[in-house]
Design a protein. Structure first.
Lengths: 195, 321
């Protein structure tokens, strides 16, 4: 998409997407500097689980208060798994998994952007009211081997993916599986069946 | 384009009959050599055409699926005691490809090679951090306004346009694909198909195509596809969330991205997006968020925060208006 300017000086919609992208980039740069992502508006949320508010956005940080299920909090910032909230017990960091955002604030355009505070993509569309594929559509479908061949043609080799990963500067990390079935196990699904 | 109904029921019936035959032959041929097969491309062509012709002359009219025909089909197939075991990994792949073909009878692949390559690359980056990197993985975007994604046994992952368009960052895409890779890795759907005796039944029936009513195959394929539309145990979904989060984090992506995706799905559902199938097959986003919050380790916490690839998703969107 090239940013074109028409004779009367008005920009095309494609240009708006670019501008939105630039805005996102700036927001992102600022967020790197600040460490936290400032939300464009204050969001309200409901606490879904009794939890601890901490001084810093990390598990090891000191508790500065508690929140009860059902309490209303204002969400101010977000960082990783954490949200900075203001509630009955004051300000502090609460796990985002313990808060459900108030959906009424997020109806309408840009709802997803509000939900993360990471800026709009310009490609979000409202799909309200349109229905997709049903169970019957799938079970009654006639197999499409031509489309399956097109799917096979979409293959990406590990080498291509590796290059694509490096291009963006992604770095592989050691992270252990978590949870009841994951802890202490290195290979879900049994032994790897690969060579 | 986005609201286009991609249903297609106009394909010739012979196609329907030919696929299981091809699949059955693949199983008959199964051995160390076939274990390297990458889909149908090795076994289609003239062989498939010849079989189609054979079917046209001997073919039986497919009949409507009913409970009694399912039962009858099961009995017939059960009677064909367990030969054709072959390579179980290859069996899983071939079964998955058959299910994928059926799903692609209802869904169109998004006709955008650059976008498909992008989704494929991110999927592979995540899959390579898992336990089955050598599967013939395919990651594809399908046309549908619904918010959903599927993990077909053997390594086929579909994500709907409706879900993709909720995503803002590559981290979030990696989180979604990680969840699906985890399903395949744990063989969640494949195990259900095995429990329903569909895996052996299909291989037997497909191998015996000439003597078995093709309505039986229709029924079996429908049942296998139905598994993709029915919910797994909730525990399997929570497991896929946890494993997927770990795989994405290992690949260098934001470990917390799955949480923002779940939040978006929740918000999008409240705003009226079609999340009906997703909601009928998964615990609520709020329950999944809460469960993830309980398993955060310092290691995951250290892997939280946008990755350096985060905004690539938006660059792709800008390049492909």
């Amino acid at each position: 998409m090239r940013c074109r300017t028409s004779i009367d000086g008005r920009r095309t919609t494609g240009c708006h997407i670019l501008l939105a992208g630039a805005l996102v980039a700036v927001t992102f740069a600022l967020s790197l500097l600040g460490g936290a992502v400032a939300l464009p508006v204050t969001l309200k949320g409901t606490v879904t689980k009794d939890d601890v508010i901490r001084a810093e956005p990390e598990l090891a940080s000191a508790a500065v208060g508690n929140v009860k299920t059902g309490a209303t909090v204002h969400v101010l910032d977000r960082r990783g798994f954490w949200q900075r909230v203001e509630g009955p017990a004051g300000k502090g960091w609460l796990k985002m998994s313990s808060v459900r955002l108030d959906s009424s604030v997020s109806a309408g355009a840009g709802l997803a952007a509000l939900a993360t505070g990471r800026g709009a993509t310009g490609n979000i569309v409202t799909t309200s009211g349109t229905r997709g594929i049903s169970v019957e559509d799938l079970t009654d479908a006639v197999p499409d081997t031509d489309e399956l061949q097109r799917l096979e043609d979409l293959s990406v080799t590990p080498e291509q993916a590796q290059a694509f990963s490096q291009e963006a500067g992604l770095t592989v990390r050691e992270v252990s599986y978590v949870g009841p079935s994951g802890s202490g196990r290195s290979a879900p699904g049994g032994k790897p069946d690969e060579k | 384009m986005r609201n286009r109904n991609p249903l297609r029921h106009s394909s010739p019936r012979t196609r329907l009959q030919a696929l299981p035959v091809v699949w059955g032959l693949a199983l008959l041929l199964a051995g160390a050599e076939v274990a390297k097969a990458d889909g149908l491309d090795r076994i289609g062509g003239a062989l498939g055409d010849a079989l189609q012709k054979k079917l046209k002359t001997t073919g039986t009219a497919p009949t409507a699926t009913s409970r009694s025909s399912v039962d009858a089909a099961s009995k017939v197939v059960d009677a064909l005691a367990g030969a054709a075991k072959g390579d179980s990994r290859q069996q899983e792949i071939e079964l998955g490809r058959g299910v994928a073909a059926k799903m692609l009878g209802a869904y169109d692949l998004v006709d955008d090679p650059a976008l498909q390559a992008y989704v494929g690359n991110v999927g592979m980056i995540v899959a390579m951090r898992g336990e089955r990197p050598q599967l013939p993985w395919r990651f594809a975007l399908v046309e549908s306004p619904s918010v959903n994604a599927y993990a077909v046994p053997g390594g086929v992952v579909f994500i709907t346009r409706g879900l993709y368009e909720l995503l803002e960052t590559e981290d979030e895409l990696a989180a979604v694909l990680g969840h699906e890779v985890a399903h395949v890795q744990r063989k969640h759907h494949y195990k259900v198909m095995q429990q329903q005796n569909l895996v052996g039944s299909l291989s037997e029936a497909a191998a015996s195509q000439v003597t078995v009513d093709s309505a039986l195959l229709d029924t079996l394929w429908s049942r296998a596809t139905e598994v993709m539309t029915r919910g797994l145990d909730k525990s399997a979904e929570y497991e896929a969330d946890r494993d997927g989060m770990v795989l994405a984090a290992r690949a260098g992506y934001d470990a917390s991205a799955l949480l923002t995706v779940l939040e978006k799905i929740s918000v999008s559902a409240a705003a009226g997006s079609d999340t009906s199938m997703l909601y009928s097959t998964h615990p609520t986003p709020a329950a999944r968020l809460a469960a993830l919050g309980d398993v955060i380790t310092p290691e995951l916490e250290a892997a939280a925060g946008l990755s350096r690839a985060a905004w690539r998703l938006q660059e792709i969107a800008a390049d492909n208006p």
